[in-house]
Design a protein around this ligand. Structure first.
Ligand code: PGA
Length: 251
């Protein structure tokens, strides 16, 4: 299966820094991407213009938006239209990130609406799920993942675009507490199992599942060597071209 190495810049790096980033990345990265690999960066929306797109493309990086709305247009202050993203040649979007869920009222229901709209607009998607620390400690990890993945499945359609799930345990995001490769593999296997129950083995097998949460240049290789880990979604360590190139080279 294709591997996806994705960086989530969150609310970091403005346009000048983004241009500098991609030119540095290009200098440091091997001339070609590793075989069968996509490299995607989700910068803030003000870094999605044509000049930065060109710089990213030059570095073999695809760009995505960190959020997308379920309507095409209208009175939705602060939101991004899926069809306009597509028109602007932005090919990817992130949906349901835990920071959206935690701070901006994102729910399983709104995330699945965004997914439906993004797929209709032919965008590639990385859809995030993951349990809180309290949920893991009270033995509810699988219950939570099942609920989140079932919401994903209410909207998900297989098609020509890429649609991946990112398993991001909330306790591992930005904390330096990475899930062990065994914990990641177990959760990924469970997510694939839930998908298989609804869509069958073949479709479940084709769905890329990325791990996210304190991925670094040091731990990426071990995580990526797990059979059900098909890529990584990287926050902090994607902000420096040096470490993101190292993560890409771990494929
Ligand atoms: P982190 O963030 O790598 O800084 O833990 C991951 C994410 O939020 O996607």
């Amino acid at each position: 299966m294709r591997k996806i190495i994705a960086g989530n810049w969150k609310m970091n790096l403005g346009p000048q820094e983004a241009l500098h980033y991609f030119s540095e990345f290009k200098k440091l990265a091997p001339a070609e991407l590793p075989r069968n690999t996509s490299c995607v960066v989700f910068p803030p929306a003000y870094d999605l213009g044509p000049e930065i797109q060109r710089a990213a493309r030059d570095a073999h990086i695809e760009l995505g938006a960190q959020n997308v709305h379920w309507e095409e247009k209208g009175a939705f202050t602060g939101e991004l239209s899926p069809i306009i993203l597509k028109l602007l040649k932005i090919e990817w979007t992130l949906i349901g990130h835990s920071e959206r869920r935690q701070f901006f009222g994102e729910t399983d229901q709104t995330a699945s609406k965004r997914l439906r709209a993004a797929q209709k607009a032919q965008l590639n998607v990385v859809y995030c799920v993951g349990e809180l620390l309290a949920e893991r400690e009270s033995g509810k990890t699988e219950e939570v993942l099942r609920r989140q993945v079932e919401a994903f499945l209410t909207a998900y359609e297989t098609g020509s675009q890429v649609c991946a799930i990112a398993y991001e345990p909330v306790w591992a995001i930005g904390t330096g507490k990475t899930a062990t490769e065994a914990q990641a593999e177990q959760a990924h296997r469970f997510i694939r199992q839930v998908v298989q129950e609804k869509l069958g083995a073949e479709k479940a097998h084709e769905l890329p599942i990325l791990y996210g949460g304190s991925v670094t240049a040091e731990n990426a290789k071990t995580l990526l060597s797990q059979p059900n880990v098909n890529g990584v979604l990287v926050g902090g360590a994607s902000l420096k071209p040096e470490s993101f190139v190292k993560i890409l080279s771990s494929v």
